[in-house]
Ligand binder design. Sequence first.
Ligand SMILES: NC(=O)c1ccc[n+]([C@@H]2O[C@H](COP(=O)([O-])OP(=O)(O)OC[C@H]3O[C@@H](n4cnc5c(N)ncnc54)[C@H](O)[C@@H]3O)[C@@H](O)[C@H]2O)c1
Length: 401
Amino acid sequence: MSEIVKVSLGGKPHAYEIKIGHNLLNDCGDWARSCLSPVARKLAVISNPKVFSLYGDIVTDGLAAAGYQVSVWKMGDGEKHKNLRSLEKALRFFSESGLTRADGVIALGGGVVGDLTGFAASVYLRGISFLQIPTTLLSMIDSSVGGKTGVNSTFGKNLIGTFHQPNGVLIDLRTLKTLPRRELTAGFCEAAKQGAIGSPALFRRTTEFLETFPVGKLKNILGFADQVEFDSTIEKGRRPAAGQVELEKLIAAQVAFKAEIVTADERETLERSDSRSRKILNFGHTVAHALEKVTDYNYFKHGEAVGYGMLVAGEISKNVAKFDQNELNLLNHVVALTGKLPNCQQIDTEKVIKAFEFDKKNVGDNLQWILLEKIGKPLIFPNSKIPNSVIVNSVNKILKG
Ligand SMILES: NC(=O)c1ccc[n+]([C@@H]2O[C@H](COP(=O)([O-])OP(=O)(O)OC[C@H]3O[C@@H](n4cnc5c(N)ncnc54)[C@H](O)[C@@H]3O)[C@@H](O)[C@H]2O)c1
């Protein structure tokens, strides 16, 4: 049982598949063969110590069984390691592994590993093949889809990077069994975001999933908690539990939405301001980036900050974009379903508002907000058309209650 989402970019030869299912890691060797050139011999895996200790052996054994010569480098865990120093270490690792242009690299981990590995793959020998095995919910539905790669620097987050599409993405939902609760909440906030901007159907599917399978109980409901080790012999003969099927369908729908947007606007065209521009993926991000900045990037998970960002953008939308109160209630409801967000009482809202000025989504001098006219109908809205009082009141209402 698995779902496939195909991504083909603007008639270019580069098309790839995102495979989604349970217990797919066991067959990752065959999957890699199906994605890479038949002349590929070597595969370099980048992961981090935590993820590698959980899923490294099953992946490297699978790749070796498929005939690949496999090498592994474990980067440091966490956002602070997504930097130019790690990039250089990754490139040295590729070189020492003897990778040629025929070979490939694999990212095994969350968005940090994926962004760094993708960037390294895009510049090594001017670009080599790249496979993603995302292991956080956020990286499954968001960062592994769309080809944005990059690192942080002393002058800002994600300001250095490339567009480099993967040759394939393998999403094994069983890896979510070990994901901490806060990381699940962060991932579901991004899912709620994609539902809110995507369509009423995706929004409803996301809401209904979270109503049926509350985040705090997800692991038990999906039957993960009692199976700490992978056991393909048990899994293969077993019928999937209802929750597993629903989760797979939800992730496939989320991935399909993101793929649709990036297919139509791969490089986030500056001039586009329509409701299917890649910019809409930044719904909730103006406030999220500001919250992360004023808390030195060490208080919120990115997705949690997006949760607050959506609530603020919802309030502003009600005031300036005729976003209906009933729909705003639905938006607030789905954010609440994602789980508890960190307390904001200590945060200085003036500093948050000031931080909007430096949002990297600014175009020229103009800050652009992504607002909602309706669920599934986003609007790109200039900051200059929003009364300052609306912004101040909305930020205060959401962050200070
Ligand atoms: N490229 C894009 O389009 C894009 C989009 C959104 C976010 N991002 C980037 O993604 C990054 C955030 O990604 P993230 O939320 O996946 O964070 P992350 O990669 O830091 O992972 C979060 C934590 O979960 C751990 N982890 C990962 N998988 C696990 C598993 N299966 N079980 C247990 N622990 C596990 C990691 O070791 C880490 O400690 C940010 O750097 C952000 O800028 C990129």
